[in-house]
Design a protein around this ligand. Structure first.
Ligand code: ZN
Ligand code: ZN
Ligand code: ZN
Length: 253
């Protein structure tokens, strides 16, 4: 399995428009973060987690020629705002793109992209085959995917576990039951917005706590805001088995 971080930034991305802070002004490529997304390559399958407003740029940057399916964590725009651009893959496939998400996310997609679901569809609209998932594991070919609910303040968000890997974004609370489902995970991508407490996102310390509690072998922090600080400086403060993700970071196990 190979995981590639297509975007490691929070909802506004980094740099933030019009911001003159040192992080947004940094010339370090690792401080330039597109909206959070990841690509998972397993055998001949390619799964993309989330399709935010940077989806098109991310597909071009990673040279993606086709996707097996999209897995969506929740309905916030920084995670679904790029769905119109799946049209390129409709063209490649000559058919729909398979999308897996919870009912709530499907409802928002149907409203936001109403033209894609109209009775008389204009030619060339994005074609989505949305599979509603709950907490039951599901299969894409031979790949078993376990959806795990985590909380984003009051909003349930889907984390995904595949074998010994888990991807958790936009969480600030994980219930005991969900922690149980994460036991045995060795590689993890987990969100942390900044060091200060936030209403709906883990802080860096809270994310580190989750990693430690689960005895994760190697963890990568994503959904990073500009207030986190410079990539290079924050990286030096972290335990050996935890690192800040950066765009296009890739690891295999
Ligand atoms: Zn987000
Ligand atoms: Zn800034
Ligand atoms: Zn969110």
């Amino acid at each position: 399995m190979r995981v590639t971080i297509l975007g490691s930034g929070t909802s506004q991305g980094v740099p933030v428009i019009a911001c003159e802070c040192p992080v947004c002004q940094s010339t370090d490529e690792n401080d330039k973060r597109l909206r959070s997304s990841a690509m998972i390559d397993i055998g001949d399958k390619k799964l993309i987690i989330d399709a935010g407003p940077d989806f098109r740029t991310q597909m071009l940057r990673a040279g993606v020629k086709d996707v097996t399916a999209l897995l969506l964590t929740h309905e916030h725009k920084d995670h679904i705002g790029g769905l119109d651009d799946i049209r390129a893959f409709n063209w490649v496939k000559n058919g729909e793109v398979d999308i897996y998400c919870n009912q709530r996310t499907k409802d928002v997609i149907s409203k936001d992209y109403d033209y894609a679901f109209a009775a008389f569809r204009y030619p060339g609209v994005p074609e989505m085959n949305i599979h509603v998932i709950d907490e039951e594991p599901f299969w894409i070919g031979e790949i078993k995917i376990e959806p795990i609910t985590v909380m984003h303040y009051k909003l349930p968000v889907t984390a995904f576990r595949i074998d010994n890997f888990a991807y958790i974004t936009d969480a600030n609370f994980i219930s005991e039951a969900s922690m149980k489902k994460l036991e045995g995970v060795e590689y993890m991508v987990i969100n942390a917005l900044r060091k200060e407490v936030h209403l709906s996102h883990f802080t860096l310390d809270q994310a580190i706590d989750v990693v430690k509690t689960l005895h994760v072998k190697q963890a990568y922090i994503t959904h990073i805001g500009h207030q986190m600080g410079l990539h290079e400086e924050v990286s030096r403060e972290l335990p050996e088995n935890i690192q800040l993700a950066h765009d296009m970071l890739s690891f295999e196990f």
